[in-house]
Design a protein around this ligand. Structure first.
Ligand code: SF4
Length: 301
């Protein structure tokens, strides 16, 4: 990914596009502001940045960023982003996808995006509910929560998004929360600087349909993992949180500490791995260019 050079200054204002339309108090606002702040800090050029999304409240982000954008269909942000990367690997790619979009209809695409390890930052907005369609249980809804589709209480245990990504072979897996702005910015920065598919799970408040899931007013339930090669705890945002050390190069330990998700935040795993875009470009580089006649000759009669 590229950062800036001598271009007009990128500001919070210059990154604004359409006016956001989310419910009052929605955590999507802080993620939007965090992403703009990150682009300002790194002076990322809008003309070299693409925001891609699927369907859901998070899917609106491309409309609100003054960059290239693609609001795709449900669960299909990954193939759209992959197409962009294969066409031009110089773009900064941010994928925005909710818990339903990522882990239900888009689960297959997320699995293969992780497997391909193409270069992007994947922001998984986890409000633990289908919000846009008004209160249905999602793959991460906590067991027992009464929703419109499961009024007697959500029957299944939630999917653990961090474990899913680790199991799929992700080269970067982190978790943060949108009400911890420094931790979220540090996490986005680490993901951006990672070569490959960087999955960032973001705990996101949905005061409209799931006000009980993330209690941002207390922090005694928060557990940070930190390490000199990881992301540092944010005790300003979560003063009563606990901390533990975890080396993000240790995959089996990453599985162990991911047991604490959704209450555990930090960098779970990071490894160097070749990206799909590199592999494909290497193949193309080594492929002999054929003329039109070469291509058509096997079909001559
Ligand atoms: Fe945000 Fe929930 Fe409203 Fe969607 S339904 S905009 S996630 S508060």
């Amino acid at each position: 990914m590229t950062s800036t050079a001598d271009q007009p200054e990128i500001t919070m204002k210059s990154l604004k596009a359409a006016d956001p339309r989310w419910c009052t108090g929605c955590g999507d606002y802080t993620i939007l502001v965090g992403l703009r702040k990150f682009m300002v800090n790194y002076q990322l050029k809008p003309e070299e940045t693409i925001n891609v999304s699927g369907i859901g409240c998070s899917g609106r982000i491309p409309h609100y960023m003054n960059t290239y954008g693609f609001h795709g269909v449900h669960g299909r942000a990954v193939p759209l982003a992959l197409g962009s990367v294969l066409a031009n690997s110089n773009f900064n790619i941010f994928i925005h996808s909710g818990d339903g979009d990522s882990l239900s209809i888009g689960g297959n695409h997320l699995l293969h995006g992780i497997h391909k390890n193409f270069n992007c930052v994947y922001l998984l907005f986890d409000n633990e509910i289908y919000g846009l369609t008004k209160n249905q249980s999602s793959p991460t809804t906590r067991q027992g929560l009464s929703t419109m589709t499961q009024p007697r209480g959500t029957a299944l245990e939630p999917i653990n998004p961090v474990r899913f990504a680790l199991g799929a072979g992700a080269s970067f897996v982190a978790s943060t929360a949108e009400w911890m702005p420094k931790h979220m910015l540090d996490t986005i920065e680490a993901a951006f600087n990672h070569k490959g598919f960087a999955l960032v799970h973001i705990a996101q408040r949905c005061p409209k349909f799931n006000p009980t899931s993330w209690n941002h007013k207390t922090s005694d339930w928060v557990s940070f993992i930190e390490h000199e090669n990881g992301i540092q705890a944010d005790l300003k945002a979560a003063p009563d949180a606990t901390k533990m050390t975890h080396d993000p190069s240790d995959l089996s330990k990453a599985f162990e500490v991911s047991e604490g998700v959704p209450d555990r935040f930090g960098l779970f795993y990071q490894a160097e791995k070749i990206t799909y875009d590199e592999l494909i470009r290497n193949q193309i580089k080594d492929t002999k260019q054929l003329s039109k006649d070469d291509i058509l000759s096997p079909f001559k009669i």
